[in-house]
Ligand binder design. Sequence first.
Ligand code: OAD
Length: 250
Amino acid sequence: MSDTDLRRAAQFLSNARHVVVVSGAGISAESKIPTFRDAMTGLWASFDPQKLATPEAFDADPSTVTRWYDFRRMKCAEALPNPGHTALARLETLLNPHNGSVTILTQNVDGLHQRAGSRNVVELHGSIMTWRCTRTGREFHDLPAPFPDYPPKSPDGGLLRPAVVWFGEMLPPAALDAADKALRECDLFFSIGTSALVHPVAGFAGIASARNIPVIEINRDPTPLTPRADICLRGPSGELLPALLHAAFP
Ligand code: OAD
């Protein structure tokens, strides 16, 4: 990444009023939450997340699936927002007084954007802190950590499952509506810490580009979005986002 790229990105950001950010697991990596496609470590090294995050896996082995999600829920609860999350929350405080906005369309389920202070966060893949009864669909927050046994029993008589989107499940319609509105109104689009592989979210940058909205990727590694982005800042978002805000709003 060159200084020129950072300066160009800062120029776009200083002129923007309605920013959309798509974030993925990479923005939480510096908060010590494993990304989705990095190898699972320790206890879960032998499990393939792509196989555990499915309704079929839950039906076949609810104990293993809920134990894995509870392990991740605990890691998320222990984690702290990093300077990347904090920079996005600060951007919102800089734009709001000028009738600007920052809409974070996150694929993450860890709640760290909200804990960093961002107020306009759309959880496209749900939240690992919320669990849902398989019998009534009622959602529960503030649950015991860790669960006393697996699978956790629901007060409504069913089992409790994480209120996250599993492979093959639909994204929450309200979240998709909010994303659609933000994408139609934005004048700058960021893709941060995501491999840009999973649709429909991987298609959001194309919606912005089709409106001739500048697309900026901030990611540790190249992705399928890289060749189509207007600017690519390669590296850790926990360092690049603070540097970008400092350059845009000295
Ligand atoms: P991935 O694990 O697929 O991608 C994480 C991306 O973050 C990679 O491209 C890394 O290069 C990048 N990265 C890692 N550390 C970084 C850092 N410190 N700074 C910047 N970038 C960094 O995770 P996601 O793209 O979020 O969906 O995965 C998308 C979806 O795939 C997940 O939400 C999940 C999974 O299927 C569901 O569970 C429905």
